[in-house]
Ligand binder design. Structure first.
Ligand SMILES: [Zn+2]
Length: 236
């Protein structure tokens, strides 16, 4: 039996386990993912409310500026009213005063409405923020549980890495390189078992002559996918 092929097979097994564990490390468990989604939603709602409040405040500053311009104008017209010389000038001044007053009233109404709107938005924001204290503590609990479980997984990953390094160190350099070349090209699977006279990686049939080579313990590649074939020997 070819010791190198056995070692390569063991290396493949270890690397496959390692790949699984590393994938698990990046997956959020559903218990955490659920509370995390809730947390993200509340935070983006709060963010949207803050943006709306900011927009309203900007609009209010603009209206306030216009309001004080109009109030100045109103004073000016009222001053002119004192200096009119005839009925016609009097009527004209009144007309200006009247329309400016209307405008001032509109601007004041608009400011009032903006203030009411901002109060409403601020209340929504504060309610969310108050509820967030409880949500944050649930988030922390789930996050900690997840991180704790990752600790065990990380230990396992380190052990598998050490095992892979040990096997690789015992392999001839040429074989090690060949293995990794195929590993990269074939979705991290460099070796395929022979099952029912076929390659388990690509289902290509293994010819009888190749089966003979395998039984002798030769290192043989699949003719379909180039993976190194592994024939499980019955225990002798
Ligand atoms: Zn194959």
């Amino acid at each position: 039996m070819n010791q190198d092929v056995e070692k390569l097979w063991e290396l493949q097994t270890v690397l496959s386990q390692l790949g699984d564990r590393e994938k698990q490390l990046t997956n959020k468990p559903e218990s955490f993912a659920a509370v995390d989604r809730e947390w993200q939603n509340v935070n983006s709602s709060m963010e949207r409310l803050r943006e709306q409040i900011e927009q309203h405040s900007k609009e209010r500053r603009r209206v306030d500026g216009e309001l004080s311009d109009q109030q100045e104008l109103l004073k000016k017209y009222q001053g002119q009213l004192m200096q009119v010389k005839n009925q016609q000038q009097y009527a004209a001044a009144w007309k200006e005063i009247d329309s400016t007053r209307k405008h001032v009233k509109e601007l004041e109404d608009s400011t009032l409405k903006t203030m009411t709107d901002v109060e409403g938005l601020q209340k929504q924001h504060d309610d969310l923020e108050a509820g967030n204290v409880d949500l944050k503590s649930r988030w922390d609990t789930e996050h900690e549980a997840w991180q704790h479980s990752l600790g065990d997984l990380r230990t396992e990953v380190e052990q598998l890495k050490a095992k892979a390094a040990m096997i690789e160190a015992s392999l001839p350099e040429r074989l090690r390189r060949e293995f990794h070349r195929i590993f990269k090209q074939r979705q991290n699977v460099a070796m395929a078992k022979v099952v029912a006279d076929s390659c388990n990686g690509c289902r290509t049939r293994v010819r009888p002559a190749v089966m003979q080579q395998l039984k002798r313990g030769d290192l043989v590649h699949c003719e379909g996918c180039s993976r190194i074939l592994y024939l499980e020997m019955p225990p002798s």
